[in-house]
Design a protein. Structure first.
Length: 202
């Protein structure tokens, strides 16, 4: 009886393990980052918080400070080629099923660190978002919520190979993002957008 029961127990354990691994393998991989190099970036905070609302996903949170790049210039590219950090970031995009990014707004447009990354990525691969669904967001301390940079991204990203795009703007970050979270109507709006984004993941 003991010799029989042990294999049965192992079989049940292995079956549960396979089912568990199969569930994990079907989880969608989502790349998450803020379009800023600020160590206290409110946009990275928003992106990370938004990723926590995903129902079932494997989240990869990255920081643009870990991808230092020279300022893009054609002479630099011709002399030195595409930096390895660009290729590394491109691989992260290709490995993901979707992307969540929240963009800092500087003078009505992208922060320099993100624009530079985008320039390099587009030199490595013109359609640098590889048809991945994206949740593109912006926030700011003021009432406009980074709407100018968001509009620029919504106009530009499809030309860079973005798949379906879900957008969200959060105004007055410090007023709305209390104790590391949103609440009330603004949270309901974000959850609705997250559900929309999840529906685009293949």
């Amino acid at each position: 009886m003991c010799l029989f029961e042990a294999p049965k127990s192992n079989l049940n354990f292995n079956l549960l393990r396979v089912l568990s691994l199969d569930k994990f393998s079907t989880m969608k991989k989502v790349l998450v980052f803020g379009g800023s190099n600020s160590k206290k970036s409110i946009n990275k905070q928003l992106a990370v918080y938004t990723s926590s609302l995903l129902a079932d996903a494997e989240v990869n949170i990255v920081d643009l400070n870990d991808f230092p790049l020279p300022i893009y210039g054609i002479d630099h590219e011709l002399e030195n080629g595409i930096p390895n950090k660009v290729k590394e970031f491109d691989s992260l995009i290709q490995e993901a099923d979707g992307i969540i990014v929240s963009l800092a707004e500087h003078n009505g447009s992208y922060a320099a660190v993100f624009k530079n990354l985008l320039d390099w990525l587009s030199r490595n691969e013109a359609k640098n978002f590889h048809d991945k669904p994206m949740m593109v967001m912006a926030t700011s301390p003021g009432g406009r919520g980074g709407i100018s940079v968001l509009e620029a991204a919504l106009s530009r990203f499809p030309r860079h190979g973005a798949g379906a795009i879900t957008s969200f703007s959060l105004p007055s970050f410090q007023d709305n993002f209390q104790k590391g979270a949103l609440s009330g109507e603004i949270l309901s709006q974000l959850k609705s957008k997250v559900a929309e984004f999840e529906g685009t993941l293949n």
